[in-house]
Design a protein around this ligand. Structure first.
Ligand code: 1DF
Ligand code: MN
Length: 358
């Protein structure tokens, strides 16, 4: 494709920058988050910690993030132009609607999806959307996935961590995986704070958020989905995980060895024999983005472990809007060919972007 020299959109380096884990939230949902976080009856310390902070803190970080989340227009486009981001793949921020009771959550997902679809329609060359769902009601979640992909033109599904303390390896959620495979769209497994049964030691040390708790919980969640046999049942299904693979690439050798050794010794009668070692699923069913990790050693390690065709760029706007990080990524000393895959062509393929109009 031709790189037209449009300021902020294309560049002299021969690739477009497509950012793949970018967040938004309707203002009305943020109001609900604040109410929810202040509800004395709410038994979700992770939500209270995360949204009790962002929805109410006067700190410049929290205010910048709230303004950035709400805007799908001029401010966002200005920030993209200032950092040379041609295109954002946008999802409802964490934990989406996954904390509310099922009927409300289902309605809120529809509203958020309609709002994002309008923005994508207004700026089709700049935005692509992911469809938000309420897994609390799996049948309606499947319907909303179908509407999001077929009617609204979204290109992926966003799953924001556990749903009210439940992980999605539970077979009651497998209809979501069946639907994503049938629709031929990836599921982005985005972090949330650890659930209440896990969060206490993180909270005590102030480590429950994006600093560490997010990654631990999301790595665990992804592993649970692999170990439950989801990809043996749905071999074409694709997931995306951020933050340089939520540490899983680094663990991969040990995961393969110990999972096999555990099975062989019959330690857990319920544990499933998988068709392949865990590393196979990382290399065949999972894409990784570098969201929040603008660091060549980690990006390069992911590329070497799961393949350069499976590693994509993400900024994590507005949570990590750091213009120099784009430059760090531009200046990585990796082959030009891998850099173009990282910034542009992998995302074009995974999200089936209309490259002619980017
Ligand atoms: C934070 C980071 C919050 C990420 C997010 O959504 C998020 C944060 C609530 O810094 O608190 O998506 N992140 O992906 O790194
Ligand atoms: Mn994020």
């Amino acid at each position: 494709m031709v790189n037209k020299d449009v300021p902020g959109r294309t560049n002299e380096r021969g690739y477009l920058r497509i950012a793949t884990e970018e967040a938004f939230a309707p203002a009305s949902l943020l109001d609900l988050y604040l109410k929810h976080a202040r509800d004395p009856g709410l038994d979700d310390p992770g939500f209270k910690s995360l949204w009790g902070f962002y929805a109410a803190s006067p700190s410049p970080r929290a205010r910048f993030i709230i303004e950035g989340l709400k805007d799908l227009g001029e401010k966002r486009l200005r920030d993209m132009d200032a950092t040379g981001i041609a295109h954002q793949v946008i999802a409802l921020t964490a934990p989406g609607v996954q904390v509310f009771e099922p009927a409300l959550a289902t309605r809120l997902a529809i509203d958020a999806n309609d709002m994002l679809a309008d923005a994508v329609k207004a700026h089709p060359t700049r935005y692509t959307g992911m469809v938000a769902i309420a897994p609390q009601d799996p049948a309606n979640a499947v319907k909303e996935m179908e509407r999001g992909i077929r009617k609204l033109g979204f290109k992926a599904v966003i799953l924001n961590g556990h749903t009210r303390g439940e992980y999605h390896d539970d077979p009651k959620f497998w209809s979501l995986f069946e639907a994503a495979e049938a629709l031929n769209v990836p599921i982005y497994l985005h972090p949330n704070a650890p659930p209440k049964q896990m969060i206490q030691p993180f909270l005590e040390a102030g480590l429950d958020g994006a600093v560490y708790g997010f990654g631990v919980d999301t790595g665990l969640h992804m592993l649970r989905i692999i170990c439950a046999g989801v990809f043996d049942r749905f071999p074409k299904l694709q997931f995306i995980i951020g933050h340089a693979g939520e540490a899983l690439p680094y663990w991969l050798y040990r995961l393969d060895y110990m999972h096999a050794a555990t099975l062989k010794s019959n330690r857990y009668p319920f544990m499933k024999q998988l068709s392949h070692p865990i590393s196979h699923y990382l290399r065949n069913n999972i894409y990784i983005t570098n969201s929040g990790v603008a660091w060549q050693p980690a990006i390069q390690f992911c590329q070497s472990v799961i393949g350069p065709e499976r590693v994509m760029y993400a900024m994590d706007y507005p949570y990590q809007y750091v213009p120099e990080e784009v430059r760090f990524c531009d200046e990585m000393t990796i082959p030009d060919e891998h850099k173009k895959m990282f910034f542009q062509t992998n995302a074009e393929r995974v999200f089936k972007l209309n490259t002619a109009t980017l």
